[in-house]
Design a protein around this ligand. Sequence first.
Ligand code: 13P
Length: 252
Amino acid sequence: MRRRIVAGNWKMNLVFSEADDLVNGIAQALIECDLDDVEVVICPPFPYLELTSDIGEESDFSVGAQNVSKFDNGAYTGEISAKMLEDMNIYYCIVGHSERRKYFNETNEDIAEKVKRLFEVDITPIVCVGESLEQRESGNHFGIIKKQVVEGLFHLSNEQMENVIIAYEPIWAIGTGRTATSQQAQEIHSFIRGLVAEKYGKQTADNISILYGGSCNTQNAKELFAMPDVDGGLIGGASLKADDFVKIATSF
Ligand code: 13P
């Protein structure tokens, strides 16, 4: 089912006391606004998942991880498995963020494996795709995004595909203050939905949620979310301020 979703990616920020303040601040701000048909997801660093999930049980948000191992379990020092996340009542997981592709050499094949591990335990993947500035300027962005979508996701069954969340995050817009225009976002979101429709049919394509990420904030969220194929946002910097994050979630 196509849902409106606003997810906060805290990345590698905050110490425990700050994380505690932020998650409580978000819970409080959510009480004060009426968010009927928007799903709010918080994706903190691993050590704060339990704290976030405990507070989430009493509040109106879900919890996601920022990464998962492509391996099932065993001798993989430092890795966190999908089963461990499931066991902690984590329902979402970001996969293939451009920072992981860039700094940890994640490939589309790795991402496909991670998505498989997540579906094995019914965790919804939030799969990130997006082009660099050079790729956009050379007109290559459609090809790059198609490759990311096809290689990362097209091994899925129809039913699984309907439960994937895709996040379009142009790399040149992440943390730069330079957001994509709503037309640029719409163009790529509609392109991605079209790719899914070609392989899985229109109904499946219409049912998936496609989020925009990249300098999305309280000023520009409304215009972006008004686009027909933009179903919400994956928010970085602005998700670290409780009031801003919740305001973005009210921007539909
Ligand atoms: P910013 O909102 O800080 O640009 O980050 C976006 C992002 O990478 C979310 O995953």
